[in-house]
Design a binder for this molecule. Structure first.
Ligand SMILES: NC(=O)c1ccc[n+]([C@@H]2O[C@H](COP(=O)([O-])OP(=O)(O)OC[C@H]3O[C@@H](n4cnc5c(N)ncnc54)[C@H](O)[C@@H]3O)[C@@H](O)[C@H]2O)c1
Length: 416
């Protein structure tokens, strides 16, 4: 059975993650790429009624003028992550997908991101309401051009600086008021995108640490517009391992004394995160997992350094000092070397399919069952990967059996 074609709209379309999603979807649809790395390809999701991968159509917003073909060629040349055969087979699909990429919104994304914008008009002043109307028109044009039954909007743009608290975060009324006045305080670009998507009724997923929809005001809008939302900051590497290892120390009653992590990253994401304001948003997201699982706060530190020679290949090294029986101190270390975009892209596709499913099932507000995908899961305190994954499997089994939305609601509330 098919659910019709659905749009996967990427904010930050031509980045490493966005480009790998485009190449991956084309390769999957053409039968030349396998589904390894896709959580939704596991047997547990077979009967959920997820969108067919071949039915997903790519569109997106960007700040930089390039194309999927160029972006994929650069990733291939610098990081060697796509085979020549795969790129050759996907070329026409990538060219078609580039035709659906529209100029986005740079204002409010922070100085370092604004400086990357080279699409003409990108930094022009326009009112908040005019920006929202422009983004929504892009989506309705996309929907009409490709005859789409649904659209899901996923933020894979560069990480913005941390946003200080503002009154427009607290309630929808205060937010609407700020938008009417054109007051951008507390409204980074990611939150304007989120408002525009949710207001138009499109599920919104934030794969980045940027503020996006993570305010009470935007959560309220999601409930009012019957729109599912999720975030934030995809859990793909070092933090994923932390959320797997920390439960082991807890279960064996071993006391973690200190946990130090260092991340070396060489792609454009690393370049943006070199900026202290942008880095602080990422560090805040990465450093909460250990205490969240253990229930106490050992000494922790996370570092991120930009090492251009690594390009898309990230290295994380962690040192864990712990105490066992009779007070004896021991340690463990691990090194994780992964390809950033290849780890992230399948999860973006998973999140798109699960968000589209949630909307078809009439769910609204935070999709708490998606916590295992995120470093800072919205609406969920649980950081233990296994418990988070169990919640996802439970959701899949209920969806697969065609149970009613009330059951899902009960499940979501129980996990809050
Ligand atoms: N790769 C991973 O494993 C991983 C894991 C978790 C989170 N993330 C987050 O995902 C995001 C994307 O990562 P990436 O490696 O693709 O980064 P990237 O720098 O390669 O891509 C980001 C893209 O977003 C564009 N962009 C920036 N601001 C924009 C805006 N306001 N509107 C439209 N486009 C905008 C940039 O021009 C760029 O093309 C980052 O925020 C990163 O922290 C990545």
């Amino acid at each position: 059975m098919t659910n019709g074609r659905a749009g996967l709209w990427l904010i930050g379309a031509y980045g490493g993650v966005g480009t790998t999603v485009a190449v991956g979807l084309s390769g999957l649809a053409r039968g030349i790429a396998g589904s390894t790395g896709l959580v939704t390809a596991l047997p547990a999701f077979e009967r959920c009624g997820l969108a067919n991968l071949a039915d997903l159509v790519i569109g997106g917003h960007e700040l930089r003028q390039t194309s999927y073909v160029e972006a994929a060629d650069i990733l291939c040349l610098k990081a060697g992550i796509f085979s020549a055969d795969l790129l050759k087979a996907c070329r026409d699909d990538l060219a078609n997908a580039s035709a659906a990429i529209r100029p986005g919104l740079a204002i409010g994304a922070g100085k370092c991101i604004e400086e990357m914008a080279d699409w003409p008009g990108m930094t022009r002043r326009e009112s908040c309401r005019a920006t929202i109307a422009r983004l929504q028109k892009d989506w309705s044009d996309f929907r009409a051009a490709h005859d789409l039954a649904q659209i899901v909007v996923i933020n894979v743009a560069s990480t913005e600086p941390l946003c200080p608290p503002a009154p427009c975060h607290d309630s929808l009324a205060a937010l609407e008021n700020a938008l009417d006045r054109g007051d951008r305080a507390g409204l980074p670009a990611s939150s304007l995108y989120a408002y525009a998507a949710i207001d138009a009724g499109y599920p919104y997923v934030n794969f980045t640490p940027s503020q996006g929809a993570s305010t009470p005001a935007l959560e309220q809008l999601a409930i009012e517009r019957s729109c599912p939302i999720a975030g934030q900051d995809g859990k793909t590497g070092e933090t994923l391992i932390k959320s797997v290892l920390a439960p082991m120390f807890l279960a064996r009653n071993l006391q973690v004394l200190s946990w130090f992590g260092q991340n070396l990253i060489g792609n454009r994401d690393g370049l943006v995160l070199r900026n202290p304001a942008n880095k602080s948003a990422k560090l805040a997201s990465k450093d909460q997992v250990i205490a969240g699982v253990l229930g106490y706060q050992p000494q922790t530190q996370v570092g991120i350094e930009y090492v251009p020679s690594l390009d898309d290949w990230k290295t994380a090294w962690d040192f864990i000092h712990f105490q066992g029986f009779l007070g004896v101190k021991m340690s463990m270390q691990f090194t994780w070397q992964g390809c950033d975009s290849v780890l992230a892209a399948p999860l973006v596709i998973d999140l798109a399919r699960l968000a589209l499913l949630a909307q078809r099932r009439g769910e609204r507000g935070v999709m708490r069952h998606l916590a295992c995908f995120f470093k800072s899961p919205l609406g969920v305190e649980e950081h233990d990967f296994f418990k988070q994954f169990e919640a996802l499997l439970e959701y899949a089994s209920i969806s697969g059996n065609g149970a009613g939305d009330e059951v899902t609601e009960v499940l979501n509330n129980a996990r809050a």
